[in-house]
Design a protein around this ligand. Structure first.
Ligand SMILES: Nc1ncnc2c1ncn2[C@@H]1O[C@H](COP(=O)(O)OP(=O)(O)OP(=O)(O)O)[C@@H](O)[C@H]1O
Length: 586
């Protein structure tokens, strides 16, 4: 299973797979060159036992050692260069994979997952696999091949020393393995690290608010808890590896020290003793190299997890698209069609209903305003209308088409959805408008700019409609951006426009201009406006009042005022808050 997953990571290197195999080959060569200095030392020890070592011998074996080191460095450099080529391609392909999967998931995904977390999951996991391929693979090859060759050579020289070396290395590796901990611990470590990173992002984002409102830092309790949790895990982990760590140090360091003491009591240095000392010293080197092999298990686990983590983020979000694949290719046209919702019931979480028995009709080319208390489900119904969630009870039809049977592209070709979070790209205004309708003529664009009250705004910009947003100090206010997104709505051919709280955070002047634009838009298209300012409601053909589940009132502004019910109450409260503000100003 792990091999298959490893194969999957390697497949992400694409055409650079051969670079990876090249890197493995050069890493093997470098391991052979790495042994040359040890060979020189061994030869010099042998010579020293036969008498004083000649300068010429020293120069000879010294030169061989230097050549060995140079070739070791060169071949390992080539190995790393090739593995980095493969690693960077892998990282790029992993990112493309993540981005392509973004295109396959339904809108529900973007409602449930935070954009920052999505970016982080794709970016961080892609870099994790890069480290594995670019660094760990050549390191591991070298760290396996070199010790294996050393061990074989020692066995060849003297099998007793071979066994001695094997014993030292095996004991040390056993202890080191205990130090690494199990995969559950590593997963725990990664999870708590992720949690700490996520909460730290929240901490940085929220800092401005803390300063503005002068609130105590206790609001970041979750951040503190995540640090404590991570710290606690790290401490427990360190304490749990205390014993094997100390034992390992004894194996690696105390034995050679004991041998040096033993040396003092020797009358003459025997060849056997010198060889034993050489074996011990070289064993330490082997353990150092093999340590890297042990940690590769950890890196491999983390890399395999990396692909799984990206997959996991998307799992379950493709169902919308798959279930409607059959009809995806056919075009549908909502022109002159009414939108009808019948007995809609919906809950994000089981047993926590948000919408209950909702029925309404949105006549085409009319303006419907949805109002209601915060959390009453206004945005939720909009999400159902655009097909982001399809697990609701009841039916939503446009003409005779059940929207559950339409694919997301079919729906989005006919519906424009704009929320207060809609943003423009940092491209020219014209480019942004063309995104809404690539075939819009200059005349249509001028008309849309006029209707959305953006013509003056564009005229004031240094390069007019070709001005690039965010460049040369050109920035647009939130209200100006909202007006331009409304201009996009005019340009789109979609017959239905849903506007979710688009005037929520804009000033009075922008609001008046937006209001005029929305009234104009309703002459062209079917408009559904979710609103809490209750200024535009008097122009609506229909108002739907939501109240935590069902629709409690419906009708025109005048009809609802006559009812003197929930709508009137909301209006009174709104007026009251406006008076408070006026009072504050005076
Ligand atoms: N993605 C989601 N997952 C789970 N619950 C959600 C999600 N989005 C909204 N909710 C919950 O559904 C309820 C209705 O939310 P919704 O955003 O539809 O209300 P709203 O009427 O638009 O409120 P507001 O006027 O404050 O924007 C709220 O209790 C909210 O917490």
């Amino acid at each position: 299973m792990k091999m298959q997953r490893l194969q999957r990571i390697i497949n992400f290197t694409g055409q650079y797979k051969k670079h990876l195999f090249g890197a493995m080959f050069f890493a093997m060569l470098s391991a052979i060159w790495m042994l040359i200095p040890y060979f020189s030392i061994y030869q010099l020890i042998q010579l020293s036992l036969q008498g004083p070592v000649l300068r010429a011998d020293l120069m000879h074996y010294g030169s061989i050692a230097v050549i060995g080191i140079l070739f070791d460095v060169l071949t390992f450099f080539i190995a790393l260069w090739l593995s980095h080529m493969a690693g960077f391609r892998l990282e790029r392909n992993m990112r493309s994979y993540g981005v392509n999967r973004l295109l396959t998931v339904g809108l529900r995904f973007f409602d449930q997952e935070e954009s920052g977390a999505i970016r982080k999951t794709i970016d961080d996991n892609a870099s994790l696999t890069h480290t594995f391929v670019a660094h760990n693979i050549p390191d591991t090859i070298r760290s396996i091949v070199a010790p294996a060759l050393i061990l074989m050579s020692i066995f060849y020289i003297n099998w007793v020393y071979g066994v001695l070396m094997l014993l030292i290395v095996a004991t040390s590796l056993f202890l080191l393995n205990r130090m690494i901990g199990n995969t559950a611990d590593i997963k725990h470590y990664m999870d708590s690290l992720d949690e700490m990173t996520a909460t730290s992002t929240e901490f940085v984002r929220g800092m401005a608010l803390v300063k503005l409102f002068d609130v105590p830092l206790t609001v970041f309790k979750r951040f503190k808890q995540s640090i404590t949790h991570y710290g606690q895990w790290a401490l427990n982990y360190s304490l749990s590896v205390r014993q094997p760590y100390i034992s390992n140090q004894i194996v690696l360091e105390a034995f050679p020290i004991l041998l040096i003491f033993a040396l003092r009591w020797q009358k003459a240095i025997s060849a056997q003793f010198t060889l034993a000392l050489f074996v011990l010293i070289i064993s330490v080197q082997i353990v150092m190299l093999l340590m890297k092999v042990l940690t590769i298990g950890q890196s491999l686990y983390m890399s395999v997890q990396a692909v799984d983590r990206i997959d996991h983020m998307f799992n379950g979000y493709e169902e919308n698209i798959e279930s409607t694949m059959a009809t995806a290719s056919s075009q549908v046209d909502f022109a002159n069609q009414d939108l009808v919702a019948n007995n809609i019931g919906f809950a994000y979480l089981k047993d926590q209903p948000i919408l209950h028995d909702i029925s309404f009709k949105l006549p085409h080319q009319k303006m419907t305003v949805i109002v209601g208390a915060s959390g009453s489900g206004k945005s939720t119904i909009a999400k159902l209308l655009i097909g982001a969630y399809r697990n609701y009870s009841g039916t939503i039809t446009i003409g005779n088409q059940d929207i559950k049977k339409l694919s997301e592209p079919q729906l989005m070709a006919n519906i424009t959805f704009i929320s207060q979070h809609s943003r423009l790209f940092n491209r020219s205004i014209l480019d942004n408008l063309k995104i809404a309708n690539p075939s819009a003529t200059a005349q249509q664009i001028q008309q849309a700019l006029k209707w959305s009250a953006c013509d003056d705004l564009v005229a004031k910009l240094p390069q007019g409609i070709n001005t690039v947003i965010g460049q040369d100090g050109v920035y647009l206010s939130g209200g100006e951006q909202q007006r331009l997104t409304l201009c996009q709505a005019f340009l789109r051919e979609a017959r239905i426009v849903i506007l979710d709280e688009v005037t929520a955070s804009i000033d009075a002047e922008n609001e008046n201009q937006m209001q005029a634009a929305i009234i104009q838009l309703a002459k062209e298209k079917t408009v559904i406006l979710i609103d809490h300012k209750l200024k535009i409601t008097k122009y609506a053909d229909q108002i739907l009042v939501f109240h935590h589940g069902p629709i409690v009132e419906r009708g025109t502004h005048t009809a609802l005022l006559a009812k003197n019910g929930q709508y009137q109450m909301m209006l009174d409260m709104h007026l009251q808050t406006q008076n408070w503000r006026l009072g504050g100003e005076s």
